[in-house]
Design a protein around this ligand. Sequence first.
Ligand code: NOJ
Length: 562
Amino acid sequence: MKQDQWWKKSIVYQIYPKSFQDTNNDGIGNLRGIIERLPYLEKLGVTVIWLSPCYQSPMDDGGYDISDYYEIDPIFGSMADMDELIATAKKHGIKLLMDLVINHTSDEHTWFKEALADPKSKYRDYYIFREGKNGQAPNNWRSYFGGSAWEKVPNEANMYYLHAFSRRQPDLNWENAEMREAIIDMINWWLEKGLGGFRIDAILNLKKPKNLYKSYPSDGEDGLAFIGKQILNQPGILDWLHELDNRCFRKYNAFTVSEADVADDALTDYVGPNGVFRTTFDFSYTDIDLPATGEWYLSHKWSVAELKAHINHHQLKAQKIGWGVQYLENHDQPRSINKYIPEADRNDTTKKMLATLFMMLHGTPFIYQGQEIGMENIRMHDMNDYDDIATYEMYNRALLAGQSKSEAFDAMFKRSRDNSRTPMQWNDSKHAGFSTATQTWLKTNPNYKAINVSSQEDNPNSVLGFYKQLIELRKADNVYSDVTIFGQFVPVAYKQEKLIAYKRVLNDKELLILVNFSNEPLITNLDSTFKYTVLDNLSPSELEADKIALKPYQSIILANYN
Ligand code: NOJ
């Protein structure tokens, strides 16, 4: 019997626990804070929460450096709080996805500590240790965060360990069967608690080439070569992923969404009917502003035509092969309004336009905390105000590449991961109602008096009100929900380059989504069957029998039925 693919009808909301709600006045969000805010999420229409990591961690990389998979970090509360969160969320009709970080652990994990303390310990082989070559690291890979991907082992003459991310995140050795068993046990332990599933971190990096002594031509000023090219999606990885799927996820009918930018020709293996995950994130349109090397101090100029092409390509392939997910923001991305819209045009209209464009796509929508109220990037003037490890690395590389400090700060205002990690803006009291501490772990965006939940909650014309209406269109009792959820995505080509248009089609029911992604009005022809306006970010629109005039940044959803 085909299992219920419940996630297709879900509205997912990502919580970055450090910044959602503090209840014990230490300036850091916690699990109790999330429990308190469940009614807000239910009212918004959320049915699944993805929780960024809250396991025990030294927090070198915001919790993506886990030192104990079986413990909640004390800054977030206790395992009892976690059990209460799972149970209370269930009462609100909300399932929980945990973040599964199994490419690496923290250097404070007992396995790694044992591996360092005793080279003969069995834990040595849980990680990737190699002797150096000619007094240097085994190869010239650059880690994702910058700098060599190898760290010298203290107190050993010529020994290094591999870390694809920070030096405090040693990579696990997936060739070791005993380590894999331990991970499988851990995943099932969590699933037994009643989770809805997992968001799976950095998973394509698991398989490393056999020969780790090969260096590559450098692709940067630092003489190193980007690690991603050598370790992403290597042959053999699927065996391990199938094992995880069969022995863990499928048994619990769990939803898995992998952080895996999979090439088109490999997608079937990942998200097809027999794929290893239920779905996967696409990076093409969220990373549209990045150069291919990912160095975000150098931004890449993009066009609406490019954005449209990425969206169309991703939608068509995802719906053909399996199931997609949509997102505009997450904890690694800046705020979408800053990324996609020029400064002069950043306002509620453009925020609603982005919301329409993304929420109406085919696939499960993921909303990142604060996106629903239109939170924005934060301008910092002092490096001490930043927390994110990747921001520090990128700042150093920007200076190394010859940028001035002010250029580097401009780049961080555009792209630092801290832009989306600032405290959630609940109201206009101190620290936006996030915390009553003297200082919060990361600064609150000074615009919180204008942008916050309380000021929008009861206003249907607010960004929050608009998100609620978009979510409503996916709810079971809504006349359009079968089309918004299951309707095929069909791109509609208009000659205007800055008009993004697509249909959602289910038998004879059709929705047409028109998005004027420009600050100029435009008039375009319209199929006269689209008589009904479902939602408009600028009402009323001028609808004629066979034409429509769209105002700057107007987005409208039309239907051929009601
Ligand atoms: C991807 C996560 O989203 C990011 O925040 C983290 O730094 C890396 N993986 C390493 O775990």
